[in-house]
Design a protein around this ligand. Structure first.
Ligand SMILES: Cc1cc2nc3c(=O)[nH]c(=O)nc-3n(C[C@H](O)[C@H](O)[C@H](O)COP(=O)(O)O)c2cc1C
Length: 372
């Protein structure tokens, strides 16, 4: 199978083309430190060619969800070393996903009860946010000042440096699903009048500046980006997403990146008939380095996509979450464990590090006592 072939992403060699997609699991300490269970979780999944970590907060202000890990303090950086060492020992490769949630946060999760920040003061209306005191309405965020935007770009750079110290193989910018970089991109949220707002070129500037900083820190072939051009979730409405993402991806293609990670639409686009539903087909061909396809792939649809040359790697989220030995199962065409949604973000080891491998499932059970 193509999916099981050795390959390279940027300048990093991979054992196969199966990628573990980034997944927030809310299992870190309240200080954003890695826990023992997190080491086990990633180590269990090191057979996948490339692991992309859960979103990792680049600063205190970036936090939008409780018990998510960080990479902005020395202690946090040290704690990640245990994960990278464990994954490398098993022959795996691991990139860290850099995360800033922007307006997708709440003052109760921020320092001193500050308001979350965004490109502009535009609130998320469509749903509520889980906070330590239950579900709450989103607040009106505070628009970052121009100087502050530069500071946030720098914070991405510092976080990327910390990721290097922690022993990662590279970094990915979370530019998808409605978080801060995505908030700068779309004109439904970005109403700025400075050089970060207005035209497509200006709205793309924040993302492009961050990627430039990541390349400066990591060198060529070690930084990737995840985008979701056809996902309106979190109020990511744009008047012309096709023009926006075409411009952005063409600009990204000029940079020495490791990959472009494209998330397909997870929901029907009935309300947005003009938005491309074939995200890989529409945007993948604009990028001449590695494309990672994501969004609902199975063993067979992933294999077909790679065979057709539309992507070089495919990432799996829920399947990787529930199947630590996903690659082995693909190889043997074995059945898959079903993911349990109730334990996605619940904390604790249940539904985190207790999904059985094939070997564990097939091991003879202890003799049941016979009833007489
Ligand atoms: C529990 C869970 C947490 C997720 N957290 C993140 C995240 O931190 N960063 C991110 O880019 N995507 C996140 N995603 C989205 C996945 O990376 C992926 O794009 C999406 O689930 C579609 O892939 P799939 O169809 O293979 O599950 C998460 C998905 C799940 C199921």
């Amino acid at each position: 199978m193509k999916l099981l072939e050795k390959t390279k992403v940027g300048s990093v060699g991979l054992a196969n083309r199966v990628v573990m997609a980034p997944m927030t699991r809310n299992r870190a300490t309240t200080e954003g430190l890695v826990t023992k269970s997190m080491i086990t979780y990633y180590e269990q999944r090191a057979g996948m060619g490339l692991i992309i970590t859960e979103g990792v907060n680049i600063s205190r202000q970036a936090i939008g969800s409780a018990n998510t890990p960080g990479i902005y303090t020395e202690q946090q950086t040290e704690s990640w070393k245990m994960v990278t060492e464990a994954v490398h020992k098993k022959g795996g490769k691991i990139f860290l996903q850099l995360w800033h949630t922007g307006r997708s946060s709440h003052s109760s999760l921020q320092q001193n009860g500050d308001l979350p920040v965004s490109a502009s003061a535009v609130r998320i209306e469509e749903h509520k946010i889980p906070t330590p005191s239950g579900m709450q309405a989103y607040e009106l965020p505070r628009a970052l000042e121009t100087k502050e935007v530069k500071d946030v770009v720098k914070q991405y750079g510092t976080a990327a440096e910390n990721a290097k110290h922690a022993g990662f193989d590279g970094v990915e910018l979370h530019g998808a699903f409605g978080y801060l970089p995505n908030q700068f991109l779309v004109d439904g949220v970005n109403k700025r009048r400075d050089k970060y707002g207005g035209s497509i070129e200006n709205r793309s500037r924040f993302v492009l500046e961050i990627m430039q900083v990541l390349i400066t820190v990591w060198g060529p072939g070690k930084a990737g980006i995840k985008l979701s051009p056809s996902i309106p979730f979190n109020g990511m409405i744009d008047s012309d997403p096709k023009a926006l993402f075409t411009y952005l991806i063409k600009e990204l293609n000029k940079m020495p990146l490791a990959y472009l990670h494209l998330m397909g639409p997870l929901f029907p686009l009935t309300e947005f008939p003009d938005w491309p539903s074939d995200v890989i087909g529409t945007y993948g061909s604009l990028f001449d380095k590695t494309v990672i396809a994501n969004g609902g792939y199975t063993r067979d649809t992933a294999e077909k996509l790679i065979e057709n040359g539309k992507a070089q790697l495919v990432s799996f989220a829920s399947l990787a979450l529930a199947n630590p030995d996903l690659v082995k199962r693909f190889e043997l065409h074995a059945s898959l464990n079903k993911p349990d949604r109730n334990t996605y973000y619940s904390g604790g080891d249940k539904g985190y590090i207790d999904y059985p491998t094939l070997n564990q499932s097939l091991a003879p059970r202890e003799q049941e006592p016979t009833l007489k």
